[in-house]
Design a protein around this ligand. Sequence first.
Ligand code: LRH
Ligand code: MN
Length: 430
Amino acid sequence: MSYRIPEALIGEENAGRAAAQGEDYAALGRRLARAGVDVETITAKVAAFAVAVPTWGVGTGGTRFARFPGPGEPRGIFDKLEDCATIHQLTRATPGCSPHFPWDKVDDYQELTERAAALGVGFDAVNSNTFQDQPGQPLSYKFGSLAHSHKAVRDQAVAHNVQCIEIGEKLGSKALTVWIADGSNFPGQSNLNRVFDWYLESMSEIYARLPGDWRVFLEHKFYEPAFYSTVISDWGTSLMAAQALGPKAHCLVDLGHHAPNVNIEQVVSRLIRVGRLAGFHLNDSKYGDDDLDAGSIDPFRLFLLFNELVGASARGAPGFNPAYMLDQSHNVTDPIESLMVSAMEAQRAYAQALIVDREALAAAQAENDVMLAHRVLKAGFVADVSPILAEARLRNGGAIDPIAAYRASNYRKVKAKERPAVTSSTSGIV
Ligand code: LRH
Ligand code: MN
């Protein structure tokens, strides 16, 4: 039987922190009450907030230069599920994990579903992969996949996506995420209009195979691995595709997939307006698609994003039902610690946005009282909502301090013994 963190250990860890937590929570409650905010309302919403963990994120990530695997690396999807379950056990914020195929391919998906259920987690959106060639794959994706100039390659990519839907149905997923690397490195290499026709043609075949209650998430990215043009490069192109395909098609926003300084919260506001926001791959970045931990570089940007989402929810925006996922690469930290902290940073941005006095904000905006409007918004960001996040975890049966509990459990050391060390330090993200 592989090691799981004993619930008793979490209880002991919490017992030592409960008094301080109670004090901090009560003090925050009093302060928020003075501002007309009911702390219990915020805590309940935060406790119900869920963000999915990427199965490919629990193994050490790398770059094109190198990857430095750590101790106790997951050897496959069953180890990855254990680690995803540990993240949820301590944070109570990540009940779902998002699998990627064929990286997570197994022979018996019933067994996988049962193992996940036994570990207390489920499966969120499934991710297809036509950006790598698999051993024995008949046709290469070197020059594209769903938008390849050869129909046979497009058909192969369509078949893979249909297979991902069939696997997802066995796992209980309700969405397929399609990110393609298709693009060009040289002007003239591809017909910029024709490739979009081929993409739509391929996606419409995939769309036709979606079960009634499924959605398909189109993920745009402005460059990499293509360095001159990318077929689905921005939200406008993604929205054109979603509207051409049908009501089940939505636009997924990966925070690292935009040109520097793009106002992503405004992009999100536009997608919400037309009811086509699929949701997010949350992460952070300073330069390109760095896949750094959410909220680690620019937490104010994450707050501004959740401010748009809370505003949309408050006004009852039609079709507003975003899916939240993390999509990160952990090259220098313990992936479990990074994913726990990132899930908590998403909760933090959500709680801060819930604190914003929306009436006062709307009034100041109407009067063009710029400084007042900015300060009313900023008041949410500068509030330390840590006691609310801890209270939500505690009430959900998690750890007041997940990192401390995780380290006290020696989970990584035990897994290092259970899982033979991975010697090869190949390059590449996973
Ligand atoms: C592409 C991407 C996509 C995943 C991959 C692992 O950059 O964000 O969402 O398939 O990372
Ligand atoms: Mn992504």
